[in-house]
Write a protein that binds this ligand. Sequence first.
Ligand SMILES: NC(=O)C1=CN([C@@H]2O[C@H](COP(=O)(O)OP(=O)(O)OC[C@H]3O[C@@H](n4cnc5c(N)ncnc54)[C@H](OP(=O)(O)O)[C@@H]3O)[C@@H](O)[C@H]2O)C=CC1
Ligand SMILES: O=C(O)C(=O)Cc1ccc(O)cc1
Length: 460
Amino acid sequence: MGVENEFIIGIIGMGDMGKMYANNFYKSGWSCIVCDRPENYDSLFAYYRDTPVHVVKNGHLVSRKADFVIYSVEAEFIDRVVGEYGASTKVGAIVSAQTSVKAPERAAFERHLPHDVHVVSIHSLHGPTVSPEGQPLVLIQHTSPDWVLRKAEDVFSCFRSRYVYLTYEEHDIVTANTQAVTHAAFLSMGTAWNMSQSYPWELDRYVNGIEVVKCNIALRIYANKWHVYAGLAILNPSAHAQVRQFAASATELFKLMIAGDYHGLKERALDARRRVFGYKDGVEPGTNGSKSERTPILLSESLLDRFSLHQPSSQHCSARNSHLTILAMVDCWNRLGIHPFDHLDVAGTPLFRMWIGVAEYLFRSPDRLNTALESASFDISHRSDDTEFVVATRGWSEVIEHGSFSHYKDKFESTARFLEPRFEEAARMNKEMLKVIMESGAPKTVKSPPKKPVSLPLSQ
Ligand SMILES: NC(=O)C1=CN([C@@H]2O[C@H](COP(=O)(O)OP(=O)(O)OC[C@H]3O[C@@H](n4cnc5c(N)ncnc54)[C@H](OP(=O)(O)O)[C@@H]3O)[C@@H](O)[C@H]2O)C=CC1
Ligand SMILES: O=C(O)C(=O)Cc1ccc(O)cc1
């Protein structure tokens, strides 16, 4: 470090994402200066001892030297951290942040940064254990001149991600549409299992196909940091109404189920099938000569059986389920007028791709959907699990709307502790499962990222 005119990338916040970024940068030859909180200096220094990464004690020392500063801290703390170090930013430097929700980040930058620096924000739409290659990387030009955006593209070209160009506002709408309700669904599943004190995949009726995807994704979420999900749900201005609608959809559908109102349930599901997926009643796209507009994400359910966390003890375990989680999710999209496929190829996270793939799989086939609706209306064997699920959706919606980080943390960590013994195995399965799903239809890596903004149809 210290070569004259060398371009230096600085990272403030060296948790999972900060480390993933620094590792990619230094391995591609960029000079990096990084810090975490001062009390974490020794361990961070030891971690990077045999690398060219320059570890310093605090964000002032990063800001004074770096030409491109990236804040990679908890969304809840972004105002405090930018408030503390922002004024030390080198004149003319580019400042960025990796927070999952942009409203508080933008406010922090506008409040605390000096006027002689440039802002271009970023967001890798994947977790730290996923390779950035081919994954969406949001770039937000904000008020910076074009050369600043070009510089950001240059810095991140070593990630081989797909650049997605959004404004701050568009970012929060798109990520609410793709992440807020997805996460609420899996958080609720986990809480329901915790309340029942049972691992569903160890009950013989939940071991196949799309059940496997559901269980693996829930485990993946609970193995991540609670604050990542808390931040994007509590601080995203668009998220609250969506999580509230998800809980309302789950409750309303459940009321139809317990009333045995098959026709009421079917009417709602078919309306959602038409409006969210664009399918004609009674027809499976791609069969009987009907046109299929897109290749389904999930090509075959049996492909997923090998990712099961448990082998059934009996050959005759039932594959029937009410699929209330999926019905509620699609009903929620329908009620809010969200068209999730509009966001998928542009800004879908791997997890969202898997989840929408599962929903698409269930809703494509009129027979599969009908089996779930019949099961929901007439088969009472899933009622106790579904009751726990509905209660859990309400609980998460209340915590998120109330905006309490500490309550969110307690609730999350209590279920994470319950699921923890299965994290390691699920992480292995998830990697494989993701690979299979990404290979079936994800947009391929862009060699030279597009320079023109990707126009994104926004629906709320
Ligand atoms: N994990 C994910 O899947 C993704 C996360 N993101 C976003 O990236 C950001 C970072 O997330 P992630 O890396 O997962 O979280 P981590 O908790 O792993 O990392 C955040 C780091 O910032 C540190 N920190 C807090 N305050 C300061 C400070 N004043 N100075 C220096 N460092 C500080 C934290 O220290 P300590 O822990 O000691 O408080 C921690 O090490 C978040 O905004 C998140 O929303 C974006 C995409 C994906
Ligand atoms: O894919 C998901 O939704 C994840 O859970 C990983 C994730 C979490 C936070 C982000 O800001 C981006 C990706």
